[in-house]
Design a protein around this ligand. Structure first.
Ligand code: NAP
Length: 248
């Protein structure tokens, strides 16, 4: 018996990187997968086909998680297509890194909207089906940067710290309805997001990590699978680091 047989998962920002890894991991364990992307239509179509080849139901949606109305319409469309939503993974996120001195209002707003407001939009919308069925697991992608801070990422760190406070509050509000909400705080995971960094900086990051390597999307997806499944039935309101010991 697979861990998520017959469950429905909605994963935001799954066209690449960590979201893509999570979509595959949940699908391998039997979940039907609805996923989103912002602009990567080709990658989205390819992922939909690859997921279907695993023998589960899969559908990609081009949808902006930062847009309140679009998030609400997305959840309605997914429930119509899949019947319900058991697992929500709020993974979509962006960076607009620069020192505070140079940060524009637009760089601040873009990151807060894509990373934090999106989590509010999606969680609020998914409450309806989860309250109806009196169960659900919500997994929010934070970052060690949200716990620790990082020079040049004040907008990103604020959004990721906000996700932790939001997740704890939702866990307290919805625990009595058997809806769990946890946050994942990845460290340095090698994806397109980190691919933009200077190779010398990347080498320094790797050297500073106790496990001496960057993380993979699969490292994060393994934790997402645990939090999505009943193996974590008594875990809510927590932030779990996946960082190779970086934040220790
Ligand atoms: P990535 O490779 O840049 O992928 C980001 C994904 O989010 C893409 O699928 C993108 O879609 C989607 N997306 C962006 N804005 C969106 C929006 N407004 N609505 C819907 N989808 C949107 O990023 P990643 O490295 O996999 O990171 C995934 C998550 O983990 C992010 O929340 C990130 O902050 C967090 N994280 C990453 C690291 C790391 O080291 N990589 C560390 C800690 C936390 P398109 O392809 O269409 O643009």
């Amino acid at each position: 018996m697979k861990l998520l047989e017959g469950k429905v998962a909605l994963v935001t920002g799954a066209s690449r990187g960590i979201g893509r890894g999570i979509a595959f991991k949940l699908a391998e364990q039997g979940a039907n997968i609805a996923f989103t992307y912002l602009s990567s239509v080709e990658k989205g179509t390819a992922l939909e086909n690859e997921l279907k080849a695993l023998g589960i139901k899969a559908k990609g949606y081009q949808s902006d998680a930062a847009n309140f109305k679009a998030a609400d319409e997305l959840v309605t469309a997914v429930v119509t297509e899949f019947g319900t939503i058991d697992i929500l993974v709020n993974n979509a996120g962006i960076t607009r890194d620069t020192l505070l001195m140079r940060m524009s209002e637009d760089q601040w707003d873009q990151v807060i909207n894509a990373n934090l407001k999106s989590v509010f939009n999606m969680t609020k919308a998914v409450q309806r089906p989860m309250l109806k069925q009196r169960k659900g697991s919500i997994i929010n992608m934070s970052s060690v940067v949200g716990v620790k801070g990082n020079a040049g990422q004040s907008n990103y760190a604020a959004s990721k710290a906000g996700i932790i406070g939001f997740s704890k509050s939702v866990a307290l509000e919805l625990g009595s309805r058997n809806i769990r909400c946890n946050a994942i705080a990845p460290g340095f995971i090698e994806t397109e997001m980190t691919g933009a960094l200077d190779p010398k900086v990347v080498e320094q990051w790797r050297e500073a990590i106790p496990l001496k390597r960057g993380g993979t999307a699969e490292d994060v997806a393994n934790l997402a699978l645990f939090l999505a499944s009943d193996l974590s039935a008594y875990i809510t309101g927590q932030t779990i680091n996946v960082c190779g010991g970086m934040l220790t």
